[in-house]
Design a protein around this ligand. Sequence first.
Ligand SMILES: [Zn+2]
Length: 456
Amino acid sequence: MKQILLKNAYIVSMNGKREIFNGGSILIEGNLIKAIGKVDLKLIENDAEIYDVKGKIILPGLINTHVHLSQQLGRGIADDVDLLTWLRERVWPYESSFDYEASLISSTACCAEMIKSGVTTFLEAGGQYVEAMAEAVEKMGLRAGLSKSVMDQGEGLPSTWVKTADQELEAQKELFDKYHNTADGRIKIWFGLRTIFNNSDDLIVRTKKMADELETGIHMHIAEIAAENDFIKETRGNSTVEQLHRLGALGKNLLAVHTVWLTDREIDLFRLYDVKVSHNPAAAMKVVLGFARIPEMLEKGISVSIGTDGAPSNNRMDMMREMYLTSLIHKGRTLNPKSVPAEQVLEMATIHAAKCALLENEIGSLEIGKKADLIILNPNSLHSLPLHDPIANIVYTMSSENVESTICDGKWLMKERNLLVMDEKELIEKVKEKSAEVKERAKINLPNRFPVVDIL
Ligand SMILES: [Zn+2]
């Protein structure tokens, strides 16, 4: 089996003891980590690829727990607008004008951007063409939990999206049977619940039952805006989390995204049922959702991870920047410099996120027997030197530009900034072409912010 030896690195293992191996090596065999730290030379075969990582940092591959692959081509169509305009007038018309090819290009571009920012695993929030997403993930070499955008009710939905609970469940079961554990096990199929605005109680109950039976996860936007809780109280008598509790839908396989508007009791319920959380600081500020009570959740021991959300709501799919923001916004909100320190942010982006992805036995830390998902950071740039405190430096100064190489499932996806899984220049041209075509079809006209003078 193919071996890769990465030697002389500063390895941030994120193992149980959080050991850092200074000057250490990692031996990859096939898709697994065979040895780490001080590697016994006897284990290394003659034809192993030997790669010197001196002066650089190895981290577990980052895990982005909230991504919208099919929104990648919509970056820039919904800036400086409120959430309802964002959703109903921009993103829904845009996404509903997608076809398979647009979805494939969007997904591929999003995967490429993630690889370049050090992500090896992501959880998809739900799109229309899961087949295209799976095709992109298979080709791009990432690990992913994919889900369909699932809606059986709600105002303002594009007509082609209105489905019954039966139709939605059946479609997801078909996707599960076809794609779960494909691409060498890299692709998992999760169940989707878009938001409680768009999901009936019946659908929620049956989704939870099916996800439990099939031992997979559920991805849902929860308590995003204050109006969500108000609306659900009016129509169903409880806040979102209380209603999910009443329906028996809280559980360890539920990934709750955003969770901005939670009460103390609701945070306790998350702890009790081991509900997983995806915190998306940039999107929460840009689309003005508010500040999630992340330090409080972390203090209770809830597994909290980080997500970028989609390109129209961030607009950067850059987990390195997202780690920086995660630490900053909670210091600002709580006026406490110790709030969400750098080491905790790294846990959120790796080992906690692996729990959220229901893959903690396989990824999230660099340990013998785990999957060889890792990244190499090169700190030798003016914006990230000097390296007095490496862990803090990763979170507070580095960006995706410092991600030099990305390995997932034992394969190089990017090596020394070169994307190996696809032709980047060709992809850039496709993104420009297809995004313009979809914008035209969706009839989205953006006002000029400044007068434009065409010089012919
Ligand atoms: Zn989202």
